[in-house]
Design a protein around this ligand. Sequence first.
Ligand SMILES: Cc1cc2nc3c(=O)[nH]c(=O)nc-3n(C[C@H](O)[C@H](O)[C@H](O)COP(=O)(O)OP(=O)(O)OC[C@H]3O[C@@H](n4cnc5c(N)ncnc54)[C@H](O)[C@@H]3O)c2cc1C
Length: 454
Amino acid sequence: MKKFDIIVVGSGTAGSIAAYFGAKRGYKVCLLDGKPRYKIGDKICGDAIGSRIFDELGIPHPKRGEYLNIIDGAKLFPPDTAYSITIKDPTQAGYIVDRLRFGQGLMNTAIDAGAEQFDQTHAISLLFNKEQVTGVKIKSKNFNQDDFMADIVIDASGFHTQLRKQVNFPYLEKEIAPTDYIVCYREILRLKNPVVVDQRFISIYMDNKRAPGGYIWYFPRNEYEVNLGFGVMENHKSNLRDYYQKIVYEPFIGDEPCTRITGGSGLVSVCKPLLTGVANGILFVGDAAKQVNPITGGGLMSSMQAGSYTIQAYEKARESETFDALALWQYNLLFQKTIGAEFAALNLLRSAIQSFPNEVMNFAIKNRVVTGEEISRITTKGEISLSLPELLGKLLRGLSKPKLLLDLNYLRNRMGEIKVLYRNYPRSPSYLGLWVEQLEKINIQVRNRYGPSS
Ligand SMILES: Cc1cc2nc3c(=O)[nH]c(=O)nc-3n(C[C@H](O)[C@H](O)[C@H](O)COP(=O)(O)OP(=O)(O)OC[C@H]3O[C@@H](n4cnc5c(N)ncnc54)[C@H](O)[C@@H]3O)c2cc1C
């Protein structure tokens, strides 16, 4: 048996950041991962990350080699691809990273700060004292089993977490609904001729016929290389690789001479985060807590931010020397009032966008119904800031269809309501039930209008 202050399961972005801040504060941190150390960080991903998170957390920006390209912004294309909106905002600028090197960099930051890493070590089950999580049973690289005990366990084990299923706590979701995630496939390609699109911009193609519930992405890594992929709702998937070939590779690459460096599939949640990321003795973070932007599918920044919140909450709980859900509740308050509010609002918007026919998206982008600045604000803050007079102004200038204007106004109001609700996230688990009831009322209204949204 080994004893720690904090056990972090998973050395991805969420786990590495939690372990880094925990170790930096002087706690005895165990950082587990089932993979061999040299493979940690390697993940099927779009590899795009905003630069502001590094300043916000006060950690070094990725070094050259850890990042491959600097990105100034994004171009958003509607289905007919004849037009695009450029989204250029310093807060959205960032990097295309080499996923393995970037992940290794974060992991090493945690280890250098003092976290004790156990690679090729799986957390196979949680250990409990009554309802309180007290540690994990691990299986090491030698197939030996051991009990690792700690004040808290941080589950940063990603989308497929098995640990969350073992915890009984009111309103803690064990499963993820098929409407709440997308399946993705992407390849990294090296072209013989330089990549034609502007290397400083990532391109996003929305198309509810070809990529329902998701989008197609074209993210340049350098002059010759591109990360090209797509995401769709689970129920639309056929053979992912064949589908990719048909709807992505052929239209975007066609007969261009090109080498496939690597390819693979992955799942991303596109829904509101867990209703509670806290239970007795355990915190859930990153993909294990569904902390992914439901519109962009971006989870790197949010997982890192939330990783830092776990340690703030642990620190507060230590004051009372108890680590039950109430003592750790600070984590929910830090996360839900900020990122949680934004993602819950964007989840409503996602339901609406998914229901829009392609013609509406073509019209909206061609006529600049929303501008690049407005889109940037929507995706970073989760709010439609256009006032009703501004929306009416667009209608009068012929820039919007009445139905679209009504939708925007409706969404602006519902998104505003849900953000207020999240900002009033209950201060203790006792009031969570009442809060969930209020949340459901908003979700039901939006679901009735646009279809699935949870
Ligand atoms: C195709 C695709 C494209 C994406 N593109 C982007 C993008 O461009 N930008 C962006 O911001 N986000 C993107 N995302 C989302 C982003 O990759 C994730 O949100 C982010 O990596 C989450 O990190 P994490 O630390 O929570 O989980 P992970 O990175 O999945 O890390 C989990 C770790 O836990 C380990 N583990 C799992 N179970 C156990 C266990 N029982 N015991 C020990 N170790 C365990 C795993 O080996 C792994 O190392 C994309 C995701 C996909 C699938």
